[in-house]
Ligand binder design. Structure first.
Ligand code: KG4
Ligand code: ZN
Length: 510
């Protein structure tokens, strides 16, 4: 038995490879030019074998073509010199190619074999390949069929990947760590207080705060999860939508980690992250589902048929986000920031029917174009007008104090009524009797109450994840990364950038 060595092929092996190629395949042999292109080609992996001690005389070679984009591989060729056959060389070469396929996270490897080469076919079957097709009379002039065979690989990462997720799209620096669908850590550092005196998030301030918060937040998450960085299987990061400068900080950190740890990176969509977070509580996301995402930065209504393959944007705000409306109205009522909790508190004891504020885009004429869209800037203006008029009356001595509680309660009712009304319409219209809520505004008491009430009336199942998972966080990003890995998705390349208007249909950037 020959004691042999297998190593990666080099261009200088070309002559030796051609000698074997010609001897094995005769008139069917590839040309020198073809073989050179293969050896030096990108997305190719060739190995050669030689007997131990005679490195300059090759006895076998094999090659794999790799398509990272589709996570598929193709065995291009395999040849063993005649007098080295029957010694396990074919199997050893195949194992080297399959190890490479595994390390590139390929999910399928294909090959073709002559129907009359039963030894080779038996070898491939023993490696797990199955016949999926026949190409009739493929090998000429012998008129022999080709069997097309496929091996399905369990990605080495796919079982229960340990994923670190980085979120920095707005004012929360979030680091989450998950193992598969299990939450290990969810640490958030918010720069909210730095924005308080401006009444809204200031992008430059947020970006700077992310930079300062990232390291300590990550350290805390690692120690909470009781894992070390070297154990992490993959990094996931939000690359949009969000504030460009803020996103860039998280993306920079994620890429640096991926490079230094030599780990795959997944660039994921923030909004889809809000939906996917449900797997951390229920182990799975039940689909199809309608999702209503409401925060300081977004107000989106989604139809999710499949978390990683089929997310559709039904509608979104055409001006202010719902949370932003709370923040702005809070400010004009002389209350603090963030506005949501302040308005909730002020509305306590107020009469939600006291004032009839407008419900934008709910009239029959809006239903064609904006059935699932939202608009809150008119509502904010209406509140401002009301406050102005009331104050003028007080100053003119025509009225006593106006009720902040009534204004807050009526404003809140208008926002919540439209949000829930449109979400319920989306469920009914699409026959999807599930509604998932996400985003910071979900903390709103009246929103939760009305959502439950209207869902009960229609027989719609309502899902509200824990508040710590509803507000922006890194765990939802890690969870979405893990979902992608478990579905066999290839990592993103390092070329992706921040995309502040990333479409919800792009779950993962390439
Ligand atoms: O998801 P989130 O933490 O992320 C950002 O958008 O940054 O949401 C924050 C938003 C703020 O606009 C805040 O006013 C709003 O969520 N919010 C609320 C409540 N608590 C927070 N809105 C209404 N009612 C609340 N109780
Ligand atoms: Zn968000």
């Amino acid at each position: 038995m020959t004691d042999f060595t297998i190593r990666k092929a080099r261009e200088s092996d070309l002559d030796e490879i051609m000698r074997i190629e010609n001897a094995c395949f005769g008139s069917d042999a590839w040309s020198v030019q073809n073989m050179r292109d293969e050896l030096i080609g990108e997305q190719r992996f060739y190995v050669v074998a030689h007997a131990r001690g005679s490195a300059d005389k090759l006895i076998a070679y094999a090659g794999l073509a790799i398509s990272s984009a589709t996570s598929q591989g193709d065995i291009q060729t395999i040849a063993v010199s005649e007098n080295s056959r029957g010694q396990g060389l074919g199997r050893a070469l195949m194992n080297s190619l399959l190890a490479e396929a595994q390390s590139k996270s390929l999910t399928e490897v294909f090959l073709e074999v002559r129907a009359d080469n039963q030894k080779a076919e038996a070898l491939y079957r023993s490696l797990g390949f199955e016949q999926i097709d026949v190409r009739k009379r493929y090998y000429q002039p012998d008129d022999v069929d080709a069997l097309v065979m496929r091996l399905t690989l369990a990605s080495s990462l796919s079982a229960e990947p340990l994923v670190l997720g980085i979120e920095s799209s707005c004012d929360e620096t979030g680091i989450g760590i998950v193992r598969g669908n299990t939450l290990l850590a969810n640490v958030i550092s918010s720069s909210m207080q730095l924005h308080a005196r401006f009444g809204g998030v200031v992008p430059e301030v947020a970006a700077r705060a992310h930079l300062e918060a990232l390291r300590p937040t990550m350290q805390e998450a690692l120690s909470e999860a009781k894992v070390s960085l070297s154990e992490i299987d993959a990094i996931a990061v939000t690359n949009g939508p969000g504030l460009a400068g803020a996103l860039m900080v998280g993306i920079g950190a994620a890429k640096a980690l991926a490079i230094s740890l030599d780990k795959p990176i997944y660039a994921v969509n923030h909004l889809v992250g809000h939906v996917g977070v449900d797997v951390l509580e229920r182990g799975t996301l039940e689909t199809p589902t309608i999702a209503l995402l409401v925060s300081g930065g977004h107000t989106s209504l989604l139809l999710v048929r499949d978390l990683i393959n089929d997310v559709e944007l039904l509608g979104e705000t055409i001006d202010d986000a719902a949370g932003e409306a709370f923040d702005k109205v809070s400010r004009l009522l002389g209350l603090g920031y963030p506005g949501g909790p302040e308005i909730d508190r002020a509305a306590e004891g107020g009469n939600p029917q006291a004032l009839r504020f407008p419900r934008a885009l709910t009239l029959p004429k809006d239903m064609d174009k904006h059935r699932y869209d939202f608009s809150f800037s008119g509502l904010k203006t209406a509140v401002a007008r009301h406050v102005e008029v009331a104050q003028a009356k007080i100053e003119a001595g025509e009225a006593a104090e106006f009720s902040v509680a009534d204004v807050a309660a009526s404003f809140r009712e208008a926002v919540v009524d439209v949000l829930i009304g449109k979400a319920i319409n989306a469920c009914v219209d699409h026959g999807v009797m599930r509604l998932l809520l996400g985003g910071g505004v979900v903390a709103n008491r009246r929103l939760r109450e009305l959502a439950q009430q209207r869902c009960d009336e229609k027989g719609i199942e309502l899902r509200i994840p824990a508040l710590s998972l509803c507000t922006d966080n890194g765990a939802m990003i890690a969870a979405l990364g893990a979902q992608l890995i478990m579905a066999g998705r290839s990592p993103s390349s390092l070329n992706f950038g921040a995309d502040s208007t990333l479409s919800v249909t792009t779950v993962q950037s390439p």
